[in-house]
Ligand binder design. Sequence first.
Ligand SMILES: [Ca+2]
Ligand SMILES: [Ca+2]
Ligand SMILES: [Ca+2]
Ligand SMILES: [Zn+2]
Length: 527
Amino acid sequence: MSIKTKVLSTAFILGMLASPIQGQVYANESQTKLNSHSSNLTEHMQASEIVQPKQVLESYLLSKSKQFNLSNKQISESFTVKDYEFDKNENFHHYRLQQLYKGIPIYGAEQTFNIRTDSDKVSFYGEVVSDIDVEIKTSSEQISEKKAISIATAGIEASIGEVKQYDSEVTAEKFIYKFNDNYYPVYLVKASTTSPEVGYWHYFVNIENGQIIDSFNAANEITAFGYGVFGDKQMFKASYIDGLFKMYDQTRGDGVITYDYDNNINEDIVSRSKLFTDGAAVDAHANSQKTYDYYQKTFDRNSVDDQGQRLLSRVHVGDNWNNASWNGVYMSYGDGDGIRFHPLAGGLDVAAHEMSHGVIQHTAGLIYRNESGALNESFADIFGAMVDRDDWIIGEDIMANGAIGLRSMEDPASLIENRTQQPYPDHWDRRYTGSLDNGGVHINSSINNKAAYLVSEGGEHYGVEVTGVGREKTEQIYYRALSVYLTPNSTFAMMRQAAIDAAEDLYGEDSAAVTAVEQAYNAVGVQ
Ligand SMILES: [Ca+2]
Ligand SMILES: [Ca+2]
Ligand SMILES: [Ca+2]
Ligand SMILES: [Zn+2]
C-alpha cells in the first residue's frame, strides 16, 4: 500500500505569479470542460524547470488561460486548493481545487490536478466556469447566515412537517450557484433529518433577498449488503448521506431504520462502503424489510398500521439480553447470552413475530392477557412462520442451547415450556390456567398455533383427520379473521368462528378451506 501524506488541510489562495501576461480570450468559448484531459508536462516546460509541484500547477493553469477563457489575473485569483496529498512512493502529487468568483466558491466547480514528478505527467479534470458576471453586494445588504438557516428550515418543515430535532447542526455556506442559466450568490443550507422524513436537505437561499432559489434532498437510496450474525449474506436498502452509508431505507412506507442501542441511545449505523459489518444490525435491517415486503405483497398492507408507519429497530439492547420485543414504536433485539440464545436479530421469524405484534395492535387489538393474549401471541407466531416460510418452528436459528426452537407449531408438545416445565399444550383440554405469563399468553398460543398448522398442512391430531389447504390460503384466512372479525376481547371460540367466516368469505361456504378450519379446531378441542 502506498503511503499518503496529508500535507495541507486548510485552503489557500494561489499566489499570483511574478508577471502575469494577459492571455488571448476565445470569444466562442465561455466555459471549458476538460474531462480526462491529460498531457505530457514536457509540452509546456522542461522537466528541469520543475521546482515545486505547486508552481507546476500555477504554470499549468496559466498555460490554459485561453481554454478557460480567464485572464491570467483571474486565473491567479480564481482557484484555491481544497485538498493536497502527496504519495511518496509514487512521486504523485494530488490537488483538488475549488474555483472562486470574487472570493466565493462556485458550487460544483472543482478540479483535480495530478502530477507524477518522476514521469513529468500531469492530468487535469473538471469544469472551469468563465461566464459569470454577478454583482456581489456588500455584507450590510446581505441576509445573515442565521436568517438563511431559518428560511431553509421553514422550507423543509413546510414540505415534510415539523422537525423536532435535526440530526446535526444546520449549516450555511456561501456559494455562487447556477440555476436556470443565471448565477446567484447564495447560502447553501444543509440539514439532516430522520423524522418525519429521512433527508439530507440542500437549500440554496439567495444572499440578497432570502429567496429559496433551489432545493433538493441529497439522501440517496442504495442497495447495501452485509453478513448477518450467522454469516448469511443479506442485501438491503440503505441511504448514502453526506459521504456515509446509513441504515435508512427510504423505499418502504415512511422508512425502515435500524439503530445501534449499545450505549442506550439510538446511534446511526454507518459505513464508509456498501458493506455493513454489524451482523445483528444487518439481520435486523434486512429482516424488517422482508417482513414489510411480506405484508405489502400478501395483504397489500403498508407497514404495521397500513399507513406506512416507520419501522424502527434497535440492536444490542441490554446486556446479553435474551429477548426481542415490540413496544409499539421499536423492535428491540438483545444479543443473547450465547448460552441459551444467539443474537436474537438473527431470526427472521423472530423479527416477523415482533413486527406482527404491530399489525395485531392496529387490527384486532387483542388484549395481551389470558385467551385474547394467547391469540395475540399465536397470530405473531403464525405470521412469523409465514414470513420465515421454510419451517413451522419459531426461533430455530437463534437457539444456542441445542433446542430445536422456542416453539413448534407443528408439534407444540415436543418442546418443554420454561415456566411450567410442562410440554406446550396442543389441545384445549391441556390449556394452562395459571397466572404466569399474563395467563399463559406464550403457552396457550400453541393451541391456536397447532390449529393454524393443521389448516395449512393437515394431518391427524387426537384422532381427528384434517386435509390441509396450504400456506397461501391459510395466511389469507388468518389475516382476514384478524383484520375483519376479531376484537380486543376475543376468545378461542371466537377465533374458530372468525376463521370459518373468513374462509367462507374467501373460498365459499362449501370450500375445502372451511372444512379444514372446522376440522383443525375440532382437532385441538376448540368449539
Ligand atoms: Ca448492549
Ligand atoms: Ca427458518
Ligand atoms: Ca422458523
Ligand atoms: Zn410475542
